[in-house]
Every structure is written in C-alpha cells, then in structure tokens.
Design a protein around this ligand. Structure first.
Ligand code: HAM
Length: 416
C-alpha cells in the first residue's frame, strides 16, 4: 500500500516555481532601497527567549497574548518563534554593543516570522518580512527617510494602488495626558470583562477593536493626536514637511493603532486597495522606550516591517510583474557527446558574462528537447551538433517570434 502523503502545516506560505521567482523579485525590490541608504544586513535566530517578546512587544497585544508559538526546549527554557523582528534586533544591538559605535545603527533583515493567526488570504502562520531599524537618532528627517525607503521598495515592484497612513503617538508626556481622558471616557462605556482587562493594559487597543459595537462606542473617544506635547507636535510637523519635500503623499489617520505596544511618536502603515481584509502591506514607527525596556541604554529608534507575501499578492492583483523577466536567456540543445562538452564550456562562458543559460541534458531526441526549451520559457534556443561545432556557427532562434539568425559561437554573448 502506498504511504500517506504529508502536507505542509496549516496556514503557512510557501513558494515553489514558477511563482517563487516573483516572490524573490519582490523581496529583492524591498531590500534594495535599504541597502542603497546604507543599511547593513543582520541575520538573527528565528527563535528567542519568550521574555524578549512579552517584555518588548507587550502583553496587551494579540501578537503576544494569543498568537505566539511558544514551547519549552529540551533544557526547560521557554522559547518563542519570532512573531516580529524589532525586539530581536534590539536584543542583538544591545548584546553586540552596536549602540556603542557610530549612531544611528542602521540595519536591515529579511526572513520568516510566525503568528498563530486564523489563516485567510494574505494572513499566514509563517510569513515573510523585509524590515529595517535605525537606532540612536530622533531626527524627524530619519522618520521621513525610513518611510521613503519603504515607499521606494513598493514603487520598485511597480505598485501604485496603495496609500500611506500616518499618525503620531507622541512622547510619554503626550500619552500620559491623553491616557487620563481616554481612561475616563472608557470608564463611561459598557464593556465586557475581557475588553475592560485589555483596556486596563493599554486603552489605545480599543481603537483597534474590530467589533462594530466597540468601534461605535469609540467614535467620540479623545484622540492622542490632540494631546501632543510641544516637542512631539514639532517633531511630527517636521516629519510631514520632509515627506512633502520628498513628494510622498500621506493620509493623517489619528485612529490608527499598531498591533505592537512599543510604538511612540511617528507611526505609519501602507495599505493596499486591492487586498481586502488583509490590506496592510507594511508598517512601522518609532519605539523610543524599547531599548531601555530590554535592558539597554535610553536610545530612540524607528523602523518598519514590510510583508513580502502581501506585497506579492498586491503585485499580482495589479498585474505589474512581468514573469518574462525570470526566464533564461539561452537554452542549448546538444546533440551527441562532443556537443555536450562544447555546450558545457559555452554555457560557462556566457554565464560568466552575466546571462542565464540552460542546457538540455539527458540525450533526449531533438523534438523532446525542443519541447523542454519551449516549456522553460527561454528567450533563445540553439541546437548544437557536429556541423555547428565544425563551422563554429549556430542558428540562434528567438522563441517568441520564431525568427532565426546565423551567429558565430564566439559572438553569442553580444547576440543575446
Ligand atoms: P507588523 O505591522 O506587525 O509590524 O507587521 C508588518 C507587516 O508584516 C504587515 O504590514 C504585514 O504586511 C505583514 N504581516 C504581519 N502579519 C502577517 C501575517 N500573519 N501574514 C502575512 N503577513 C503578515 C511589525 O512586525 C514590526 N516589527 C514592524 C516594525 C519594525 N516596526 C518598527 N520596526
């Protein structure tokens, strides 16, 4: 009896050909602007001490209270698969003393993250982010630059149908003043016990509650943006000025609540028009208390996490990815042993010049090999037999048009 097949765990995103090429393209497009702005790569473990997230991300959040993959390892330690990247980056910055050198410390990362959410289109239990963190500077210009780097990534993919929401959560003084009035307001509402508990941990969470009755109840709640201190207001005004200078348009959204508790000051989210319920393709903001919360010095920071899975879905919805750009430049079909050897050396030379070359191995008959070339989507194909080797000339066939031309083997690179 055939053995039962094993399937991937529920709700994970995975990418296999041909779609994996588009995924790779999207991820590269999101990373490149960060590299160009001088951010350096950081590669961190996908599991960390659970306390990093309970302390760093906050116990009032869904991410920590409901969605963490937490388990005991063989040494009896509580371990959690990283639900996000910022806390881990801060842990590493403190541990490796990256905050003792030139500031800001500017880092980018890319990898898998884990949240035990209810799976649906665009929401996965293992998903991918590209993120950056700039630590140690509270110049509002860096806030604008961080936002611009995310925007440049989305633009490089070709996305157009998205908007940028921004707000400010202010400094400690602003939040304390707002909290007094917000708590008063919430006390006047008729809430169930679980919601009251959430509100006690972080009253801002109620703005993010998806239930219509709560949304309605929160309609007249005091907004943090109206409580900004002189300093916070000035900082946020400057961020907006720099965004204007950069020509990046934004929508002020004072009701925006990010799903993580460490945010302070400037916060933002990129929202795509065609993605339905899971429309957030990226988000981030300042987290001026996180470093000290994790035992480091008092340093400010700002960053973002961009959803690679969702950016790919958005690109597919907008039909902006040209799958033609992922195919090989040349497909060589060798006929016979001498041709096979020649094909190997030709391919090596052309690949060294930066082109993509495939060879049809397996001594298949010409017809079958041609089918393989067609399936691969390669731009050009050549058949290499004894006469081609003798004349050092091949017929270069453009697959799309079917047009052929005689080309010296030495000139193949320029002909491509
Ligand atoms: P976040 O908003 O929780 O922020 O996640 C960033 C992005 O990751 C989201 O906008 C979304 O595109 C994607 N994402 C989140 N959860 C899922 C999921 N279950 N399935 C698919 N995609 C998902 C953070 O994680 C912060 N660490 C960002 C940050 C960096 N803030 C400051 N620095």
């Amino acid at each position: 009896m055939a053995k039962a097949k094993i399937q991937a765990p529920k709700g994970v995103s995975e990418y296999v050909p041909p779609r994996s090429a588009a995924f790779e393209f999207v991820r590269e497009a999101l990373i490149t602007p960060a590299r160009k702005a001088g951010y350096q790569m950081i590669e961190l473990p996908v599991f960390e001490d659970t306390e990093l997230f309970t302390r760093g991300v906050g116990e009032s959040t869904d991410v920590v209270s409901k969605e963490m993959y937490t388990f005991e390892d063989r040494g009896g330690r509580s371990i959690t698969l990283r639900p996000e990247g910022t806390a881990g980056v801060m842990r590493a910055v403190i541990e490796h003393g990256l905050d003792r050198g030139q500031l800001p410390s500017k880092l980018w990362y890319s990898g898998a993250f884990f949240r035990a959410e209810r799976p649906q289109a665009g929401r996965y239990r293992q998903f991918y982010q590209v993120g950056i963190e700039a630590i140690g500077l509270d110049d509002p210009a860096i806030d604008a630059e961080v936002i611009a780097i995310a925007d440049a990534g989305f633009k490089a993919i070709g996305l157009r149908k998205y908007r940028l929401d921004i707000t400010s959560l202010g400094d400690a003084q602003s939040r304390a003043a707002h909290r007094v009035d917000l708590v008063k307001y919430i006390a006047g509402l008729n809430l169930d016990e679980a919601t009251q508990l959430r509100a006690a941990l972080n009253p801002l969470r109620l703005f993010d509650d998806k239930r219509p009755e709560i949304q309605k109840a929160m309609q007249d709640a005091p907004l943090l943006l109206d409580y900004l201190s002189e300093n916070s207001k000035k900082h946020f005004d400057q961020v907006k000025t720099y965004l204007d200078v950069l020509g990046i348009s934004y929508t002020l959204n004072p009701r925006m609540v990010r799903g993580l508790d460490y945010y302070t000051g400037t916060t933002f989210e990129f929202v795509h028009e065609l993605l339905g319920a899971q429309s957030g393709i990226g988000g981030g903001g300042r987290y001026d208390g996180l470093m000290s919360e994790l035992g480091g010095q008092e340093l400010s920071g700002i960053g973002f996490g961009l959803g690679v899975d969702r950016a790919l879905l958005a690109a597919e919805a907008e039909e902006v990815i040209d799958s033609q750009s992922f195919v090989s430049d040349l497909f060589i079909i060798p006929l016979g042993e001498a041709a096979k050897q020649k094909a190997l050396t030709i391919a090596a030379t052309i690949r060294a010049a930066g082109k993509t070359v495939e060879i049809a191995f397996g001594d298949r008959a010409l017809k079958g090999a041609m089918k393989g070339a067609d399936k691969s989507g390669a731009r050009y194909v050549v058949v290499l037999g004894d006469s081609e080797i003798a004349s050092a000339t091949v017929e270069l066939k453009e697959m799309k048009s079917g047009a052929t031309s005689s080309v010296k083997i030495d000139s193949l690179i320029s002909a491509l």
